[in-house]
Design a protein around this ligand. Sequence first.
Ligand code: ADP
Length: 474
Amino acid sequence: MRILHVAAEVHPLIKTGGLADVVGSLPAAQVALGHEVSVLVPGYPAVMAAGPFEFQYDISNPGEPPARLLRGELAGGVELLVLDQPYYFERPGSPYTDEQGNGWPDNYRRFAHFGYVGARLSQLDDRGGVLHAHDWHAGLAPAYLRAALADRASCFTIHNIAYQGRYSVAEYAEVGLPGEFYGYDGIEFHGDWSFLKAGLVYSDAITTVSPTYAREILTPEFGFGLDGLLNYRRRDLHGILNGVDYTVWDPASDAALEQTYDAKTLKRKAVSKAALQTAVGLDPVPDRLLVGVVSRLTVQKGFDLALEPLEALLADDALQLVLLGSGAGDLEAAFSDLARRFPGRCAVQIGYDELQAHRIFGGADAILVPSRFEPCGLTQMYGLRYGTLPIVRRTGGLADTVTDYNGKNRAAATGFIFGAASATALRRTLGRAIKAYAEPALWRKLAQNGMRQDFGWERAARAYVDLYARIGAE
Ligand code: ADP
């Protein structure tokens, strides 16, 4: 089958979150199943730096800045297609913002055109197949296909429904979609319009990244205003759990670790723990529960709930904390303050650091993910593979991937789960983890249970291909 993924991020070229990991892994898993797979991404500076790429053709469009299509290759035999359009994409900062974190005012034009190019490439491809668009940035691709009455199946994946790409009616006039799409049953959204809604309305199939999140987004609490539409389309909505790329995330071969290890040699993890403690300035004690965090610091991730319990437990010398993250200024400041007040017990690095993320998964004993909502979540799955027990909230993919230790299920449990989004519930669960950690044989068993879980991509790759076939892709 011919598969074209259209996405704003792809690991290892450009990444701000889990979207990049998925687009960096799923296509290769589909190639491994025998399919012909391409990924279209914008030519940001970080992407262009991975070149040189082969020039394909001029893909300029009237009324849009000059554009070229370039071709390269990603790991695993995946074709990389780059939309080289300097006016839109040769900019400093993140894919979506300037260096100060302000969204580019013309993001709707940048990503509308990106979606347009995705739709056009899909139509031009005489091998047929499916267009698979990811998140709001690619949400207009299915709409352009529909507008062109193209005979091409499309699938749209929600990686996070909270980010919708919402714009005003004046801006709609600039993106070249038909006026009749601007209705409540089309692209219009409470007087504005939304890229994400376009993806949901005009794609043949909708997926999201875990079965639990697929159910949650049907409710007003999690649907961010789109639960009505999703209920209307619920027969076309599927939850397919993300996978983990074990060629990148495996403690047995991870070059970032001081000491590699696997489930059988788990004792060696202590070496990576000691190296991490030394590197970040924590007291080199081997027997204090070291809790790691690798996360965006946003309301979604729930770290505001964690501040108070962590402070109390740090004051009691009951655990150590190593945090790597960035996001909301108040949370960055609060955690930095915690590190200042508890030197040797709490280390905080504000920023984005891929290598350090690996070292935290390798060196910490537990990984904390207290999200209010979590479409899938990858870090808890990395934690499982690294024998770093996830402490998570029962939501979305966290609920689908972690088995709570309830005191009786040591043969099956893989981590700790709390229900209520409250500091009290989190404190209690951290207490349960501390207690379990005091029993080394129990802790080792739970870690090994997690390390033996298989969240590889093959299962998800097959599920997507089955779905493409059901919507008529060949
Ligand atoms: P989200 O996509 O909502 O941010 P996920 O758990 O799906 O959450 O994916 C997050 C990805 O980003 C993981 O690969 C995680 O390791 C990585 N990540 C998050 N914050 C950082 C950071 N500060 N430094 C390095 N990697 C990070």
